[in-house]
Write a protein that binds this ligand. Structure first.
Ligand SMILES: *[C@@H]1O[C@H](CO)[C@@H](O)[C@H](O)[C@H]1NC(C)=O
Length: 145
């Protein structure tokens, strides 16, 4: 009797094992940054595993609106949107631990909005959606008076 159930359980196990390799997790709340300053958009793989040999793509509304691309073990600037040129750094200190957080320098008002943190390993990929909010300098000056 059991022999009839075994193959489907094995198939299910194989499906889960080979497809659900990791999930991609953002901070779970909007990140607030200040104009002119640097900010980090947190993103990591769960469970923790090295993303060193994966594709890490940070993009805005479209897959091709590239904020930062890391591929074949290197940062690739060829397809980066001009707006972000020289202002992004994929923080590599934790990349072997699955931490693929992105630092953006010299924050502008136009940086406000949604960001996708997309991580692909072979044919498998997952992504997280993050929200970046910008606080203006003026607002802050008023706040500190
Ligand atoms: C990932 O790296 C960033 C930048 O170094 C750090 O601020 C953050 O705490 C790390 N996150 C995790 C979950 O390790």
């Amino acid at each position: 009797m059991n022999i009839y159930f075994f193959p489907s359980e094995l198939l299910l196990f194989a499906l889960v094992y080979f497809t659900a390799q990791y999930s991609v997790t953002g901070p779970g709340h909007p990140v607030t940054a200040i104009v002119g300053e640097a900010t980090v958009l947190p993103c990591h793989l769960s469970p923790r595993m090295s993303a060193e040999n994966m594709e890490v793509r940070w993009f805005r509304s479209e897959f091709t609106s590239v904020v930062h691309l890391y591929l074949h073990g290197k940062d690739q600037y060829g397809k980066q949107m001009p707006d972000y040129r020289g202002r992004t750094e994929l923080l590599k200190a934790g990349i072997t631990d699955g931490n693929v957080s992105l630092q953006i320098l010299n924050i502008r008002h136009s940086d406000e909005g949604q960001y996708y943190c997309f991580v692909q390993d072979g044919s498998f990929y997952e992504e997280a959606l993050l929200e970046l909010k910008i606080a203006g300098q003026l607002l802050l000056e008023v706040y500190y008076q």
